[in-house]
Design a protein around this ligand. Structure first.
Ligand code: CMP
Length: 137
């Protein structure tokens, strides 16, 4: 599992840096059931909600803060449509066309707008790396 994760990590970094994103922060997180339900709250009540929450809390997720001019839209382009069957037709080079298993297990997630991105960063505590500042006497 470690080697597989290392390969995935290398592939992910290669893809995002090749596409011109700067990886400002990254960390591996194991979503609990509660965290996943909160993260996908906007989809609560939809027929796939329980399955989505179960799937997202089944194993680790790699979370990245990606920086680029117009990053939200650029990342959405790179991910491709939610449904990989549509992605394979309309954007065969997209991440979901290449790596998704199906519409639920669609390999990657991205915020739909800047506000969601800021909320997700806050929720996932990505922006709270507490590095003590050097003290100048
Ligand atoms: P994403 O758009 O990143 O965030 C919401 C997720 O819900 C989506 O990825 C899919 O994983 C999942 N999803 C959206 N629509 C469906 C659907 N019709 N059937 C199953 N899963 C879905």
């Amino acid at each position: 599992r470690f080697l597989r994760n290392l390969d995935l990590l290398k592939i992910s970094l290669l893809i995002v840096t090749k596409a011109g994103f700067i990886v400002s922060q990254m960390k591996e997180t194991n979503f609990t059931h509660e965290m996943a339900a909160q993260f996908y709250k906007a989809h609560e009540g939809k027929p796939f909600f329980d399955q989505l929450v179960n799937y997202m809390s089944e194993g680790p997720s790699m979370i990245m803060i990606l920086t680029k001019e117009n990053a939200v839209e650029e990342w959405r382009q790179l991910m491709g449509p939610t449904d990989p069957d549509i992605a394979k037709d309309s954007s065969p080079d997209s991440l979901r066309a290449q790596f998704a298993q199906d519409i639920l297990r669609n390999a990657v997630h991205g915020s739909s707008n800047k506000e969601h991105a800021l909320n997700s960063i806050e929720y996932l505590k990505c922006g709270s790396l507490h590095i003590p500042l050097p003290v100048h006497l």
